[in-house]
Write a protein that binds this ligand. Structure first.
Ligand code: PLP
Ligand code: COI
Length: 343
């Protein structure tokens, strides 16, 4: 395989815009079986024009990162959680899940072969890992495809929300990203396509992004288009929405643990009604890309809910950020099984 020459990358100035890396992984499913998969340098796929991924959105994906430690090692954060969530997403839209072993093997091989693209520790930038599955092959019938591609592609990334740790202004959207009993709890492209217009509206009104309400009643906070929501109640309790239409975030799952076991806070997953937002001192979104992005204000119709001191990240959010990123970058001892080192 011909490796691309490593480009000179300014790891201090990364966004989420495309950076070509050495290789990606591709595996084909046909006649009921996945092949063993291979690495390719080519960064495009040739697929039939009537593939279900194009016409009916039959696809799913994952988002995870590789981190460079102070000692120069590379590590993954809770990758088995991503592997299992990917299986659930694939099953929800009738695609044949890959085994956890194949998922892990693909991720590890791609990260290893792109190790020079894992940014240095000092930059706090990371290598984003995007496993995906798409329905391919000729098929105009509204039915699951008979052929699939499972792939893994990586690229170095910086901040997703450029506000970083400075609290940002969010808009409560009038739109829904997912339906009640729909696909909100799985990671499929359709949810993200549905969030592009609301995101555009929020941005054009000067907001960083929007937060969605529960689609059934529009009375409770659900999540963002690319991140979960959490807030710190004035009495110090870490609260995050309980909802069947949000993606079960691995970052949020981890923050529940960190808040409880590292910060010794009470934690609660429960419904958060819009009018309850006055009970909170701090609010934030969290996710692989978002990391922890503090929310300074949340606008709902004519009401603006403010959190904490303008322009300053709240002290609990800051501590959560320090412990989460400390574990991810190898500075803080992780709970059992959270970190996988890559040689
Ligand atoms: N919610 C949505 C809609 C997302 O796209 C993401 C990002 O993956 C998250 C939440 C956060 O999930 P995780 O922490 O597993 O990245
Ligand atoms: C992630 O945080 O991994 C996501 O998938 C969000 C995506 C929009 C970058």
């Amino acid at each position: 395989m011909i490796k691309q020459p490593t480009p000179l990358i300014d790891f201090t100035n990364l966004t989420y815009h495309y950076v070509r890396t050495n290789v990606n992984y591709v595996s084909y499913y046909k006649d009921g079986l996945w092949d063993e998969g291979q690495l390719q340098a080519e960064d495009s796929l040739r697929i039939n024009i009537l593939s279900t991924t194009f016409h009916y959105g039959q696809q799913a994906f994952e988002g995870m990162k590789a981190y460079r430690t102070k000692e120069g090692k590379i590590q993954l954060f809770r990758p088995y959680e991503n592997a299992v969530r990917f299986q659930k997403s694939c099953q929800r839209i009738m695609m044949p899940p890959v085994s956890v072993e194949q998922f892990m093997d693909a991720v590890i091989r791609v990260v290893e072969q792109n190790s020079e693209f894992v940014p240095p520790y000092e930059t706090q930038a990371t290598l984003y890992i995007r496993p995906y599955m798409i329905g391919v092959g000729p098929n105009l019938v509204l039915a699951p495809s008979k052929e699939y591609i499972f792939g893994v592609v990586v690229m170095p990334v910086g901040l997703f929300f450029k506000s970083g740790l400075t609290p940002a202004d969010f808009l409560v959207s009038e739109f829904d990203r997912a339906a009640p009993h729909g696909t909100g709890a799985v990671k499929i492209g359709g949810n993200y396509a549905a969030s592009m217009y609301p995101n555009y509206i929020a941005k054009s009104q000067g907001f960083t992004d929007c937060i969605y309400l529960d689609p059934a009643t529009h009375t409770r906070i659900d999540e963002g288009g690319a991140a979960n929501f959490f807030a710190i109640r004035k009495d110090g309790v870490f609260v995050s929405p309980k909802s069947s239409s949000i993606l079960p975030s691995i970052t949020k799952l981890s923050l529940l643990d960190i808040a409880k076991n590292y910060l010794h806070l009470e934690v609660l997953e429960t419904e958060i009604y819009i009018e309850d937002l006055t009970l909170f001192d701090e609010a934030a979104t969290c996710g692989t890309a978002a990391i922890i992005t503090p929310i300074g204000s949340l606008t709902h119709h004519d009401t603006v809910y403010h959190f904490g001191t303008k322009g300053q990240v709240g002290h609990v959010t800051k501590r959560l950020y320090e412990v989460l990123t400390g574990i991810q970058f190898g500075d803080i001892t992780p709970p059992h099984n959270w970190i996988l080192s890559i040689e």
